[in-house]
Ligand binder design. Structure first.
Ligand code: NAP
Length: 335
């Protein structure tokens, strides 16, 4: 067994991690923490009453080091790097769900804040599993991709060699409200989002530079990314539509099937995808079609799982030499 901990256990992605780890055959949940501690997991999440009893402590580096070999940081950006830098120095494997280790330093500092752990950025591995599987096996520090970049990149990356990169990508994305975390705001207030849909941060969201940077790193292509996210009145789920211009004729379903033939958590669909079929699972469902040189790619994920916690757990499986699918949810909440 490998002793693991979750820092940020009161949050949405923290809860998803706890739910999966308690059923994991090789991970032992040894440590749970929040910014204040002094509570229990069932007090934080009444849905876990009579399922698991465990104290939740105030997060400190020393207590992680005393109890864990691997820790998940389900924290806001900036808070994560405050913990990660000392944990890495002390030999603890770290899986960070925040943006702190996802990006090159310049991109990060332009879109987030000054970085406080510059020396470790280069050793982090980006946990887009289907593209970094081998690197993850020897990683000590893993950066969980953003939820929108996960769905967007899994959908569009196979098509990059066939796309006219002089024309920007247009990415139209929709997310359930849990994508914003548990903290209430005006936009996530029930009265604002119920029976409603609206764009937020159009063409200015910080997941756009993440998508562009990873396309460049993985496929070697510079392409500008116009990204518009929308909030929808659902708890979880993300649907991403990408529009691009092709430079040659392709059969889009065949392109997807060929790229993902060995990837059991990517489902190529013959009809447009929906969010509910992936809710509660690690699957990413993808569909694509063309009309002349126009390409449409549609992908769906559960933002809290494939977009965050189950992707983090798969990364941890690989870091520990376990099977990728160990403890990973595959049955959706449908209906
Ligand atoms: N939600 C998603 O769909 C999603 C998808 C991909 C990535 N992410 C990323 O995953 C991270 C967590 O997201 P979330 O949605 O789970 O957020 P959340 O619901 O707001 O939870 C954040 C957690 O961080 C804890 N925390 C904050 N500052 C802390 C500190 N200094 N020390 C210890 N604990 C601290 C909070 O604990 P307290 O209760 O003590 O405040 C809370 O448990 C974020 O970086 C987010 O961007 C989220």
């Amino acid at each position: 067994m490998v002793n693991v901990g979750v820092v940020g256990a009161s949050g949405y992605t923290g809860l998803e991690l706890v739910k999966m780890i308690i059923n994991h055959p090789k991970f032992e949940l040894k440590y749970l923490a929040t910014s204040t501690g002094d509570t229990t997991i069932e007090q934080l999440h009444p849905s876990l009453k009579d399922v698991i009893t465990k104290d939740v402590q105030k997060a400190t580096v020393e207590s992680v080091v005393d109890s864990c070999e691997l820790v998940f940081l389900a924290l806001p950006h900036k808070a994560s790097m405050g913990f990660a830098k000392d944990l890495i120095d002390k030999g603890i494997k770290v899986v960070d769900l925040s943006a702190d280790y996802r990006l090159d330093l310049d991109t990060y500092e332009k879109h987030y804040c000054p970085h406080e752990d510059k020396k470790n950025i280069d050793q982090s591995v980006y946990a887009l599993i289907e593209y970094y599987r081998d690197e993850l096996k020897s990683a000590k520090l893993v950066a969980g991709p953003g939820c929108y970049p996960t769905a967007t990149l899994l959908g569009i990356l196979p098509f990059i060699p066939y796309i006219d990169s002089s024309i920007p990508l247009f990415v139209d994305a929709k997310s359930g409200v849990s994508g914003a975390g548990k903290k209430l705001s005006e936009t996530t207030h029930f009265v604002t989002i119920n029976d409603n849909i609206f764009a937020y941060n159009p063409l200015k969201h910080r997941h756009a530079p993440e998508i562009a940077e990873k396309i460049k790193k993985i496929q070697g292509v510079d392409i500008s990314v116009n990204f518009v996210p929308h909030l929808i009145p659902a708890t979880r789920g993300e649907l991403v539509s990408v529009y691009a211009v092709l430079k040659e004729d392709i059969d889009p379903i065949e392109v997807l099937k060929e790229r993902y033939k060995d990837d059991k958590f990517i489902r190529i669909r013959e009809k447009p995808v929906d969010i509910k079929s992936t809710a509660g699972t690690h699957f990413c469902d993808i569909y694509a079609s063309t009309n002349g040189n126009a390409l449409f790619v549609s992908s769906a994920i559960d933002n809290l799982l494939r977009g965050a916690s189950s992707q983090a757990l798969v990364a941890a499986n690989l870091m520990c030499g376990f099977d990728e699918e160990m403890g990973i949810p595959i049955v959706s909440y449908m209906p």
